[in-house]
Design a protein around this ligand. Structure first.
Ligand code: LER
Ligand code: MN
Length: 282
């Protein structure tokens, strides 16, 4: 199991990532702290210099296991469930660009077996007067289109259940599994986030086990959206459960820059390393 940190590659209003700004400097600091990778939040892949990004990752000996896409919703309101077909189409097209970038970074570094693109907030929000069935039909249709593109590119898609205060639907592991069933592609899986699970799941560990092999990615965040160790989530138990499940992906920290970005990132390492070491020693 490797540790990564969710950071933003472009300026954003999104507040639950610790590092925004000078990407090269941030990657350097995280590599020094002992991180293996960075999860890059990218609003618009076409505005990124892919070659420069690859060079930066290589320079700091980091990999990018996942690209996250929520900023396209936050900044531009691109959405899979907008009543406007042009908006839905633009959202799918944008994710296609994320997929292409993820595939390219993998080809260059050659170190990530399954590059991934994360689909969370891009699902959009309910619109008054639109039925649940219609919302789900639009969502499934968009996901199937993205899955078809990502399958050809060798990129996995990961859908994130998000708590009820931040999203209108797909809140729990069960919701996520039911959605996967409807989408129907093996290379589409779930990412679980301890912050959302703490709000939505009866038992964090049981929900993780329920998802089992469909768990492709994982977000670490404490109950208060601070770094692991700052709240009341039992990360020893979370790590033990992941080990029992044979999870071998990344654990990606996603939390607010509190008390500040550097301290938060450092404290995640300090909190997680002893737990991971214990697991390794059996
Ligand atoms: C993104 O990974 C996330 O966890 C959500 O809270 C989106 O805001
Ligand atoms: Mn998350």
């Amino acid at each position: 199991v490797k540790l990564s940190l969710a950071i933003s590659a472009q300026a954003t209003r999104y507040g639950d990532v610790a590092f925004v700004g000078d990407l090269d400097r941030n990657m350097g600091r995280l590599a020094q702290m002992g991180y293996d990778g960075v999860e890059l939040g990218i609003r618009d892949p076409l505005a990124m210099d892919a070659a420069e990004l690859e060079a930066m990752l290589a320079r700091h000996d980091l990999v990018c296991p996942v690209i996250s896409t929520g900023q396209a919703w936050i900044e531009e309101r691109l959405s899979f469930t907008s009543p406007d077909p042009k908006v839905r189409e633009a959202a799918v097209e944008r994710i296609g660009q994320h997929i292409a970038l993820a595939a390219r970074m993998n080809t260059m570094s050659g170190t990530i077996e399954h590059p991934m693109v994360m689909l969370g907030l891009i699902r959009g929000r309910r619109t008054e007067g639109v039925s649940d069935d219609q919302v789900m039909a639009w969502l499934v249709e968009a996901l199937r289109e993205c899955a078809s593109v990502s399958g050809r590119a060798g990129v996995q898609l990961v859908i994130e259940p998000i708590n009820r205060f931040e999203a209108d639907f797909i809140h729990s592991a069960r919701d996520g599994l039911a959605l996967l069933e409807r989408v129907g592609y093996d290379h589409v899986g779930l990412i679980l986030d301890t912050f959302h699970m703490n709000i939505e799941e009866p038992s964090i560990e049981e929900s993780m086990r329920l998802v089992g092999p469909r768990l492709f990615h994982f977000h670490l965040s404490d109950s208060n959206r601070w770094h692991p160790g700052a709240g009341h989530i039992d990360f020893a138990s979370v790590v033990r459960t992941l080990a029992d499940m044979g999870y071998d992906g990344f654990l990606s920290g996603e939390f607010m820059a509190k008390p500040d970005a550097e301290t938060a990132a450092q404290r995640m390492i300090e909190h997680m390393w002893p737990l991971l070491r214990e697991i390794r020693q059996g």
